[in-house]
Design a protein around this ligand. Structure first.
Ligand code: ADP
Ligand code: X2W
Length: 282
């Protein structure tokens, strides 16, 4: 029996599901192969799939190779980005996206890597002048994404780089991948938004997994410095993602086939047991 045939049978939702695949979860080649297989498997079951990828460690690598300095803002957890940094981020992220599209494109499934600048997919404004060209997504070209999802077997793989609010604005924005995921999930009214990261979920100060969190609890954990760094955008934009009818989760991308396991558990006809991560609700 193959791994997938052992999973509970699922009822496929009408709305898409979005996976945010974090840079820290993609550093093992073996896990990456399994992630790509999970995407193909779910797509072949009929799920409308959207992948938004990160690539923080890969951007760090390129910045280091090119001797470009950058740092992260402690309050928001995002990378402070001047034009040089944005340029490196775009190059590194494009390469990550093409790699993902290549590994997903097998057995008739077509992974297509798209930048947030393509078709003005992610229109942005400056998040905070102190952060430079870091984009806050203000408008998502949802019609374009919907038309891509109409194409049989196509899985859009979105790179978190944004463009300006109007056609004359040539600014390129570095968008945190969690920000992009939250904005797209909301615009597409995604049924599920899953953030795959490099930790078991959101943890308390004793590093115990918190199975479920709402907005007030999240704000409190940020205020008390329990949620810090890269987890801040994740929980904030997970909250944005659930402004529609959907569910958001923060899951451990280091677990083999985490995506397929969780999706089968959530949409499974049998009781799939406890989740392996944190569920975020309003
Ligand atoms: N309360 C918390 N629970 C879990 N992780 C946390 C918490 N606060 C901060 N973190 C950090 O957030 C990291 C995940 O964010 P990040 O490294 O940006 O991942 P990704 O590349 O998946 O976006 C964890 O590895 C952990 O170091
Ligand atoms: C503005 C900002 O912070 N952009 C991120 C984009 C990549 C990203 O978010 O990747 P992860 O999901 O792997 O963290 C950065 O420069 O690292």
């Amino acid at each position: 029996l193959s791994f997938y045939s052992g999973l509970p049978k699922v009822t496929v939702p009408k709305s898409p599901i979005l996976v945010k695949y974090g840079g820290n979860a993609m550093t093992s080649p073996d896990l990456a192969v399994k992630f790509a297989a999970d995407v193909r498997h779910l797509k072949s079951l009929g799920f409308k799939m959207i992948v938004v990828h990160g690539g923080g460690p890969m951007i760090n690598g390129l910045l280091k190779d090119l001797n470009v300095q950058s740092s992260f803002d402690e309050v928001t957890g995002v990378r402070i980005s001047d034009e040089k940094v944005v340029d490196c981020a775009e190059k590194a992220l494009s390469s990550v996206g093409k790699g993902l599209a290549g590994s997903i494109s097998k057995d008739g499934i077509m992974g297509v890597s798209i930048s947030g600048r393509d078709a003005s997919l992610l229109r942005c404004e400056v998040k905070d002048v102190r952060l430079g060209n870091v984009g806050e997504v203000k408008k998502v070209n949802a019609d374009f994404l919907r038309s891509l999802l109409e194409i049989e077997n196509l899985v859009p793989i979105i790179c978190p780089i944004g463009c300006g609010m109007d056609d004359d604005d040539e600014t390129v924005y570095n968008v945190n991948a969690d920000t992009a995921a939250g904005a797209i999930a909301k615009a597409m009214n995604c049924d599920l938004t899953m953030f795959l990261t490099d930790i078991k979920g959101v943890c308390d100060s004793d590093m115990n997994l918190i199975p479920k969190l709402n907005k007030a609890e999240i704000e409190n954990l940020i205020d008390t410095n329990v949620i810090t760094g890269g987890m801040i955008p994740k929980v904030s934009y997970a909250l944005q993602a659930v402004q529609g009818d959907g569910v958001a989760m923060i899951c451990d991308g280091r677990v083999e086939n985490a995506l397929a396991r969780e999706v089968h558990r959530i949409y499974g006809e049998a009781d799939g047991g406890e989740s392996g991560g944190t569920i975020v609700c309003e």
